[in-house]
Design a protein around this ligand. Sequence first.
Ligand code: GUN
Ligand code: ZN
Length: 429
Amino acid sequence: MTSTTVLLGQTLRFADDPFHAPIEDAAIWERRGAVVIADGIIQDVGGADTLGAAYPDADVVDHGNALITAGFVDAHAHYPQTGIIASWGKRLIDWLNTYTFPEETRFGDADYAKDVAARYLDLTRANGTTTMASFCTIHPESVDALFEAAEGRNQRVVAGKTCMDRNAPDGLRDTAQGAYDDSKRLLEKWHGRGRGVYAITPRFSPTSTPDQLAALGTLWGEHPDCLMQTHLSEQTDEIAWVAELYPDARDYLDTYEAHGLLGPGGMYGHAIHLTARERARLREVDAALVHCPTSNTFIGSGLFDMAGLMGEGQRIGLATDTGGGSSFSMLRTMAAAYEIAQLRGTALHPAQLYWLATVGSARALRLDDKIGNLAKGMEADIVVLDLSSTAVIAQRADRAETEWEALFPTLMMGDDRAVVETRIAGAAG
Ligand code: GUN
Ligand code: ZN
């Protein structure tokens, strides 16, 4: 007999997208709610009184006034950069050459990769993150390490081998054919195994030859159910470099488009300095843009146009971009997204921030039918948050007159101290 668990507390779930529907229609907040879990799946969501009575034999976990929601989904991260997070003083290309590439070189050692993968999944879980789309390194060992660690935790993870065949140091370059062969073998091994999802992963146009982009475009064409993740228009120097390296391309996006790497399962990290043509094409194919706000301020990249891009109907996810991003916490990431939007003249509502960190990111990963929300039939990846986790947050939340006012201090000032519990496929860690 399988056991049933009922979680009690405040609950927040989404019936619609709060960027395009009124907040009161999009978000459902229950002061005394319940989530019923069995077999790793959410069986029911509703009011505590009704559901408590409906499952008299269930184990009950009463979280009191804490907030129960879907676990956070981090739509763009680099697990191999865990050890170099918060490295000082560089902008993108220098940062890659100085800190990132030397660290990534170490992942040819399978034991090192396993060690970092386990640490990364521990740290993200402590922050309430239940799924991430992560880059690995060029080493197949680094891909096996993350998927194996995730499989051991029954965790839904999107990942892929990062491909680079130029402008990277010795020991960190493959070839066009090698990238195709390795990626094909890895996707055949991991895509759809347990909760694993494979993303074909050219790092970005400057570190791939046109031949390598074309080989990966061909592979994606052969496996269209896989995702594809890369970087797009993060810094102006990078964009100028792409124009030199690809003189025939109309713009940065065209370097991907011309090689079969623009499509609906494409996830483009950063997407800050976009041309009108790029925006129109991204919208037309319904590709995903991934906003990485702590990274964009930390590396000095620029201010993502959330209001404009949402207004034109782009598919947008939210991400830490660790270790270019300066935090593992999606709460810190929501705070940074709020601040960047403020600098562009828009105040994002807490419901919009929370939707981005859950449903929005799940949509970017094309997994919103499985994760990112509390609803019957969804996988039971759940975070429970204390909305008074520090003295300063508690004294502000005490004055709140609405649910949103009670939540917002945690979004702006919260971190892993706010996380009471993270459940992955129903299991508390
Ligand atoms: N562009 C290409 N590679 C990277 C990376 O590892 N981090 C960030 N932030 N941008 C990139
Ligand atoms: Zn990145």
